[in-house]
Design a protein around this ligand. Sequence first.
Ligand SMILES: [Zn+2]
Length: 769
Amino acid sequence: MRITRFLTAPLCIFLVATPQGLFAAAADPPALAGFSADSARTEREAENKFRAVPDRANLRQYMERLSARPHHVGSPYDRDNAEWMLAKFKEWGWDAQIENYDVLFPTPKERLLELTAPGHFTAKLREPQVSVDPTSAQQNEQLPSYNAYSIDGDVSAPLVYVNYGAPDDYKELERLGVSVQGAIVLARYGQTWRGIKPKLAAEHGAVGCVIYSDPRDDGYFQGETYPAGPFRPADGVQRGSVMDMPIYPGDPLTPGIGATKDAKRLKLSEVTTLTKIPTLPISYGDAQPLLAALTGPVAPENWRGGLPITYRVGPGAAKVHLKVSFNWDTKTLYDVIARIPGSTYPDEWIIRGNHHDAWVNGAEDPVAGTVALLEEARGLGALLRQGWRPKRTIVYCVWDGEEPALLGSTEWAEDHADELQRKAAVYINTDGNGRGFLNVAGSHTLEKFINGVARDVKDPETGLTIWKRMQMRRIEGPRGSASASPTLQQDRQDARQRPDLRIAALGSGSDYSPFIDHLGIASLNLGFGGEDEGGIYHSVYDDFYWFTHFADTEFSYTRALSETVGLAVMRLADAEVIPFDFTDFTDTVRRYVDEIERLAQTQRSDILERNREIDDGVFAATQDPKRPTVAPAKEPVPPFLNLVPLRNGLAALERASDQYDKAMNHAMDGDAAGPARASLPAINAQLISVERALTLADGLPGRPWYRNQIYAPGLYTGYGVKTLPGVRESIEEKQWKLAEEQAVRVGKVLENAGEKIQSAAAAIGPAAP
Ligand SMILES: [Zn+2]
């Protein structure tokens, strides 16, 4: 296979090994950061052997097997799959076992939703079988459609349509003079993580929450519906968790500790992460009669979906009855954990995971990612037989219970927290896979590294590298708009000129969360997407028939995922110096600090302006007298905030990052001796500790489980990330004093991380005078 020459950034690390130590070699710069020239050559050879292994026919076969029957938490086939994978790992030469945890996993007992006035309609709450699709008929093994961790409830109330049920939607309702107090809200899926919808509805006084999939978002408005096309049919329902995971994910009964047999458990009544109101998901087939019965104001234009009705907000005559109850049972999880011990640094771990449980058959989510992981494992096993040994320990994890609440990964990470804090260098996650462009999000200390991997993998359909395709897609910008906004221009310029493509920050929504958010382990989440459309997410139709007709039908992007992640794992496990980079990281933190300063300024000027408009009588004068709206209320003007501690922390980080680069450059400079082999363990130990220094033991305000001070899922976005969350969310929540306190804490965190980076620099040896 062709070896792509690396585009080398100015501060890349080039080290050459000799028996005495590591020496620089200006004449022959090896292409891999963290590797000497010799070891880079050896690495390339091993990688090329690995690349030859992942096989599309195998991927297809594994998928057929793993998705053959429903395999949610607690189902017989969930366990059967885990045992099958365990046997595979063993067959491929891994040291593998299953680790069990016992967790609270509610399943539906009663589900009833009816329109009681005007007229009567009872929701079907059933996804019918599709004749061409054999697994859609496995109805006695399927979990009925529901939202896990909704509380039990039986409520009758007027209905109000709340669009996506996001914070801005409630502001809009206020302007319309509509309250959800005592109402059942009907929200559509999308925009926010689903758990935010019942949370916000309850905070606004609603007594029940119904969530539906609008055909505009993933149904016939987008294209042909299943089975003629990939989109959501009228009766398709998106299942999913509504647990308040921005407080803490994992087993609700054992926050912060592993849900082992003898773990101390909360009583159900003490749990804070269940919804406050009963919640149920429905199809658009079931939603249409409810929406059509609504009276009240016509919904604002951007609230209207794709159903052939006039969308109204309510409340009015439309009344619904919602009744749900659940079996609050404990179920056993089956995490498959497999290891290859490291030859040189066995106590430095490179961890890689994807879940295996699904809501139903789950061909795309999660199995497309699970099978990629399995082919990597087979490939690494094949290398083992040829004598290859990774320097670091490789740990492969196939998680159970991701769908309900990141159960398997969180309980394992909490159970092994002490060891992970000492040993874990990097966690790489995938969760399903599609077709198209590589999506990367994660820790910015790994931004340069993953750019390097992406430059080295070919896109299966175009022959360009996956990096090049990603770059071109970013230059193209959002489709269908010729916008030349300053942000877009900046993004384009970055894509063209910056040595590395920026990666997004991680919010939540998959198994990386306990690693990055709770334990401070540098993490990445990878997957292909953007050219795989569909509307089967979390329904019975996400299955082998759907995937092999409408998704990555050739399994070529599934294979590409295997290749990409396999290379990443090998490089991280084999490098002499773990290829963390602090230049991109510092550059990114600088952007976050800039954003937060701007946020404080615009928030202040927006409130000043709105208060002035209220005083001027603008809202009273401009409203349609025949359709009156409610003017917003005046708000206290925010004080100027002291965010200087953030700037000081950033300055410390910049100095340290610079020092690290200088030390590394000096170590590889001309004739000077590089860091001795003997100093590598100290360098790597310091490098691993940098990420840990980004956490604080008491976590974020009101949510101690979230310890990372750089990245966290938003309290009101759920999936969406909030960077420097302690400061950012305090400003958004208009808690000025808290914002300034948090700025001091986060500033200190940046300084501490800077100190660890300096220690790594010192371990390398003296910098140039
Ligand atoms: Zn998933």
